[in-house]
Write a protein that binds this ligand. Structure first.
Ligand code: KIV
Length: 273
């Protein structure tokens, strides 16, 4: 079994992401939350590993990303960094760690960088948080933006449906994307917006736009690794392509193990000392 054949084995940097956009090379990004998965996805050729606050959902069983704390994100990110050799590692700043004021935002971004060894932080929002984004960048910390469906604001939106379908919200998103680029962000995630709007933003900006539910005319794609590996078969949004059905694989393997233990078939003589 082999992963994607990586031509450029150098560590991926934020500068390299812009080069990839200029050269028309698509960027592949996935989430990971632990050492073992991070080592697997890095070894298979992924360009960016995101320690997403989706850990709140897939690792902790919460229905939103709001409850996860900075301390928890730091534990996940530290484990991921240990598993990655080539990919750029980005850590989400969780809800409440950058919205209160700029000083707290910078302090918390510094904590993430110092205590995890990751390469970049990701924040949700545009104009509302632009001063904090500028200050984090001024502290020497690379920032990735996140626009469109921003799950930390789910209680304001009220639903997980497609964002920026209306003219006013689309215009704000375009303005926000330009503000984030001008501030110095290295890339922006566009989540669940019309493909036409994502294509327009991608054409207007020099930095890479990474889509999730944003169509094909963007510079890269991101998915939650547990979703694309089919670990929760009840979650099937339109944008999700499943590359495996690990839920079935695990169910069958564990079922077989239980059967073998109950039948005293495991361990056999060769598996004993
Ligand atoms: O937390 C996350 O997994 C994310 C991706 C969906 C982009 O932000």
């Amino acid at each position: 079994m082999s992963g994607y054949l990586v031509e450029d084995t150098r560590k991926v940097t934020t500068h390299r992401l812009c080069e990839m956009k200029q050269q028309g090379k698509k960027i592949a990004m996935l989430t990971s939350y632990d050492f073992t998965m991070a080592r697997l996805v890095d070894g298979a050729g992924i360009d960016i590993v995101l320690v997403g606050d989706s850990a709140s959902n897939v690792m902790e069983g919460n229905t939103t990303t709001l409850p996860i704390t900075l301390d928890e994100m730091i534990v996940y990110a530290r484990s991921v960094v240990r598993g990655v050799k080539r990919a750029l590692v980005v850590c989400d700043m969780p809800f409440g760690t950058y919205q209160i004021n700029t000083t707290e935002g910078v302090r918390n971004a510094v904590r993430i960088m110092q205590e995890t060894g990751c390469d970049c932080v990701k924040l949700e929002g545009g104009e509302e948080i632009i001063e904090t984004v500028r200050s984090i960048l001024a502290a020497g910390i690379p920032v990735m933006g996140h626009l469109g469906l921003t799950p930390q604001s789910i209680n304001k939106f009220g639903t997980f449906s497609v964002r920026a379908k209306e003219e006013a919200e689309a215009r704000k998103l375009i303005r926000d994307a330009h503000l984030l680029e001008e501030a110095g962000c290295c890339a922006i995630v566009l989540e669940k917006i019309p493909a036409k709007l994502a294509a327009q933003v991608t054409a207007e900006l020099k930095i890479p736009l990474i889509g999730i539910g944003a169509g094909k005319d963007v510079d890269g794609q991101v998915l939650v690794v547990n979703d694309m590996l089919g670990m929760d078969l009840s979650f099937s949004p339109k944008f999700l392509r499943r590359y495996a059905r690990l839920a079935d694989v695990i169910h069958d393997a564990v079922g077989q193990y239980v059967t073998d233990v109950k039948n005293q078939d495991f361990p056999n003589d060769q598996e004993a000392y």
